[in-house]
Write a protein that binds this ligand. Structure first.
Ligand code: SF4
Length: 253
């Protein structure tokens, strides 16, 4: 499978456990889901409107592949790091789309090993539905996994988005794993509570972060206070989405 890179940028981590940490982001193209339930619209170059999650431009192959960068060697990805004048071995965040669609690709694995050798801390932003072979690729044991397991508001079928054995396997073998859910005010109810309980039961010791859903500042802000109340009631950790709040977008920040 060809590895595609959508964009790279040096910023601070905007959400989750490492919020505020200077990080170099690699956004890979492609995903095993669509998440049309998130309802974010994006115009294609031909003016067509497509609906999906807030990174639909890194998900929808049909309309956006033409903008993605085909990667033919691990060195091309390493060159990205050299392109930035980084002050130290900064944290590297691999996101998408779904970066783990490339988990078994030799180029991708070599890149991870190289990052680790250079002293970078590696974090995956993943939907936690694709299995990782920790026995075959030991490098994954050195990585951190932010598990953004999709909830029913994504409109993806349950069997596709919640894979208990995958969650347990990652939580058990990775250097660190924590849950990260995007939640909008309207879906905070008993059903959502049950959903989160079920998903997190596959790794009861992992921290649970809840972030306000939304592809722009207004949506994020509207969902913030109800979500803080929810976190207070349930004992979950609230996570802001700084990059959206500060720059009002998700692309390149
Ligand atoms: S799994 Fe994540 S990247 Fe993929 S479509 Fe859903 S929200 Fe977007």
């Amino acid at each position: 499978m060809m590895v595609y890179l959508v964009e790279h940028f040096y910023s601070i981590q905007g959400e989750g456990r490492y919020v505020g940490t200077p990080s170099l982001f690699f956004r890979f193209g492609g995903c095993n889901m669509k998440c049309e339930g998130f309802g974010c619209e994006e115009s294609t170059s031909s003016g067509e409107k497509v609906v999906g999650c807030d990174t639909i431009y890194a998900v929808n192959r049909e309309h956006f592949l033409q903008n993605w960068i085909p990667i033919t060697s691990a060195q091309e990805l390493i060159n990205v790091i050299n392109f930035y004048d980084l002050p130290f071995a900064v944290d590297v965040v691999l996101t998408g789309g779904e970066p783990l669609i490339y988990a078994n690709e030799p180029i991708f694995v070599e890149f991870l090993e190289n990052l680790h050798e250079r002293g970078h801390k590696i974090t995956f932003e993943t939907n936690g539905s694709l299995d990782v072979n920790f026995q075959r690729y030991e490098i994954y044991k050195k990585c951190i996994f932010a598990l953004s397991v999709k909830l029913s508001n994504s409109n993806e079928p349950f069997h596709k988005r919640v894979k208990g054995e995958v969650i347990s396997n990652i939580a058990l073998n990775a250097k660190e794993a924590f849950f990260k859910f995007s939640i909008d005010a309207d879906s905070i109810n008993a059903a959502l509570e049950d959903e989160i309980l079920e998903i997190t039961s596959y790794s009861i010791e992992s921290d649970i972060y809840c972030m306000p859903l939304g592809g722009n500042k207004e949506e994020v802000e509207a969902n913030t206070e109800p979500l803080i109340e929810f976190c207070k009631a349930k004992g979950y950790k609230f996570s802001d989405r700084l990059h959206i709040r500060i720059w009002n977008q998700n692309r390149g920040v």
